[in-house]
Design a protein around this ligand. Structure first.
Ligand SMILES: [Zn+2]
Length: 337
């Protein structure tokens, strides 16, 4: 490992990123490039993303940044060329950050030009082409895809996402890139256990015959930290939990998380920069969980390009809990497939 003086070179340190939303990982520079092409073709009336969201401006929070950012994502990433451009740039940027294994997550969505299924297939194809370009199994970064159910979805939409994941995985090698499902979205939607609506889908995802990985945004905000909700989420038997912020007072949930040895996807910089936790980095719950036997911890960026932190982030051995990884010779030995 290269070192800079006495400091570790954290870019060169091989890293695993398990909690990266595709829409949050597209850099403003990439959005600008896509906007420029569309502007010149007369295909957009949006303002330049780099003018509205200048690079280097980070004093946003979840309430101010993401609605703004999303308006560009959803209005620019509508056609195959733009989606390929975005995902390829995201992979390039994670590679430049020294990430060797990446799970991107995205909510399947119809774009106006593409159906939700076509959108996911474009992503998979672009990810496969990117990896092939870098040598296939020997590529320096392997990327996988998690399909997200949004808390605002209805049951039929969630069912269609599980069915899509199962269909893609049954089709062969390229589609095996889909490794799991996620529950994400506005934490204030479906409070007090209302997410139980999705039990027929997300409660089945990790079990036979699907056998998908399952990760859920867990107690991301106070509104989504009720006992009823946490019981429901744990009942789905997820392998990983995202954020795990509002369980400080919930002894029962903490004990159960530790007993099951779940993998916790903790996102320090995102949580601190967006004001999702109290007390800054010093007060982040990573400090609690690192001292607890049982859980395995994965530190991630959560929102790469949009709210990108600088390394270092992860001085601890990474852990993979989702299956089917043709890991390359270049993947570090500390990875446990
Ligand atoms: Zn997230």
């Amino acid at each position: 490992m290269r070192a800079q003086g006495n400091a570790m070179d954290y870019v060169a340190l091989p890293k695993i990123e398990l909690h990266a939303h595709l829409t949050g990982s597209v850099s403003r520079r990439t959005l600008h490039e896509i906007w420029l092409r569309k502007k010149e073709a007369g295909e957009t009336d949006l303002e330049d993303p780099l003018v509205v969201m200048p690079e280097g401006k980070h004093d946003y929070n979840l309430k101010t940044f993401f609605p703004l950012f999303s308006s560009y994502i959803y209005n620019l990433l509508t056609d195959e060329e733009s989606i390929r451009h975005a995902v390829t740039s995201v992979l390039d940027e994670f590679l430049a950050d020294g990430v060797v294994y990446l799970e991107l997550r995205t909510t399947p969505r119809a774009t106006g030009c593409l159906s939700a299924e076509a959108y996911v297939r474009v992503l998979l194809d672009a990810m496969g082409a990117w990896e092939s370009h870098y040598g296939g199994d020997d590529a320096p970064l392997h990327a996988r895809l998690i399909l997200s159910v949004d808390r605002r979805h209805d049951l039929a939409t969630a069912e269609s996402i599980l069915a899509l994941a199962a269909r893609l995985r049954s089709e062969g090698h390229q589609q095996q890139r889909v490794v799991g499902l996620d529950l994400c979205g506005d934490p204030t939607a479906r409070p007090d256990g209302g997410v139980a609506l999705f039990t027929p889908v997300l409660g089945a995802a990790a079990r036979d015959p699907h056998g998908l990985g399952l990760t859920v945004h867990f107690a991301e905000a106070e509104a989504s930290g009720s006992r009823a909700e946490l019981d429901t989420l744990l009942g789905w038997r997820p392998g990983r939990l995202g954020h795990v912020i509002w369980v400080r007072e919930d002894e029962e949930a903490r004990r159960e998380i530790a007993r099951r040895g779940l993998c916790l996807e903790l996102c320090l910089s995102c949580n601190v920069q967006a004001g999702m936790v109290r007390g800054g980095f010093e007060g982040h719950h990573f400090g609690y969980w690192r001292g607890v036997d049982g859980p395995r911890l994965s530190l991630g960026v959560s929102a790469g390009g949009a709210n990108k932190p600088s390394w270092p982030l992860s001085p601890f051995p990474p852990f993979l809990s989702f299956p089917s990884l043709p890991l390359s010779k270049s993947t570090p030995q500390s990875v446990e497939p």
